[in-house]
Design a protein around this ligand. Structure first.
Ligand SMILES: Cc1cc2nc3c(=O)[nH]c(=O)nc-3n(C[C@H](O)[C@H](O)[C@H](O)COP(=O)(O)O)c2cc1C
Length: 287
């Protein structure tokens, strides 16, 4: 696949994967792609655990679902992540960042804007939303054929020191290589992040993978092959929008936002529709 096509197709997968195991050669390609990432002084501070044993995956899934239900029920999730929620397509179009939950059971739609209030929280708890979401999450993880745990060598990962920053930077590059490789291989990937928000649950995952003391568990992902024409999950969001150049790039000085139209017609292949590029109506000079 063309490089820009891969970059464009890389996505987070919210829905289920096919039950097919991830081929060993594909698992290998994923971690080989990771290994090619840059790291400071070529330190390669990342470590990966590939988990394909059903019982281990189910145990991680239980922890993930439980964590999701707890975070939702206690309201921690909504409080922590409120700034990232958008409530309409218009708001999304204006800001071009965050996530817009556009797919949800119709019973919840009238309460969309209230989910962050105490009333909204108690309505959701009354409808059993946290348990439903927790169970949906457990199933998604349990039915994923592959879990990937990403760790860092604590000799490099020393939070508060430059080395801590560099190692996280390198790990990000390695994970992006894996993420891009999934697009090439017809696979999908999603963070399994809720256990990270509850320290004792994160430790339970460290125990499941028998992580030694000299490593730090940084992230857990679920991976698998993506079915064709996948149906959207009951609760789903849009997050493919990207800021315009003028919203995140400056020219020469941070006082001069980049021109949104600069370099159009450049190297991107024919048909490459980056979400950063202004739509046809803007190119015509219309608002
Ligand atoms: C550090 C980090 C944490 C993330 N945490 C989650 C997460 O907990 N759950 C999830 O589904 N996606 C998570 N994502 C994925 C983002 O939501 C996603 O990249 C963003 O919404 C853009 O969507 P896209 O990946 O489909 O382009 C995370 C991404 C990053 C880089």
């Amino acid at each position: 696949m063309d490089f820009f096509e891969v970059v464009k197709r890389r996505r987070t997968t919210n829905g289920p994967f096919l039950p097919d195991p991830v081929k060993p050669e594909h698992q290998r390609l994923l971690v080989e792609a990771a290994a090619m990432a840059p790291s400071h002084f070529n330190s390669q501070p990342w470590r990966f655990a590939l988990i394909d044993e059903k019982e281990k995956i189910e145990e991680i899934a239980r922890i993930s679902g439980e964590s999701m239900a707890r975070l939702m029920e206690e309201g921690t999730f909504w409080k922590r992540y409120r700034p990232y929620f958008r409530f309409s397509e218009a708001e999304m179009e204006e800001r071009r960042d965050g996530i817009f939950i556009d797919q949800m059971p119709s019973v919840l739609k009238p309460f969309r804007k209230q989910i962050f209030s105490n009333t909204g929280q108690s309505i959701m708890n009354r409808f059993g939303v946290p348990k439903t979401l927790g169970e949906d999450n457990r199933k998604l993880v349990a039915n994923s054929p592959l879990i990937l745990a990403v760790m860092l060598d604590k000799n490099e990962y020393r939070p508060g020191e430059l080395s801590g920053f560099y190692s996280v930077f390198g790990m990000g590059a390695a994970v992006e290589n894996i993420w891009l490789a999934t697009a090439e291989l017809g696979m999908g990937i999603q963070f399994v992040s809720t256990p990270m928000e509850i320290p004792e649950n994160w430790r339970r995952i460290e125990e499941i993978i028998a992580m030694p003391e000299d490593l730090a568990l940084m992230a857990v992902y679920r991976l698998g092959y993506v079915p064709e024409g996948n149906k959207r999950p009951t609760i789903d969001w849009q997050s493919s929008q990207r800021k315009r150049l003028s919203q995140f790039v400056f020219r020469n000085s941070c006082e001069t936002p980049e021109d949104d139209e600069v370099g159009l017609g450049g190297v991107a292949p024919e048909g490459f529709e980056s979400p950063v590029r202004p739509g046809p109506e803007r190119r015509d000079g219309n608002p």
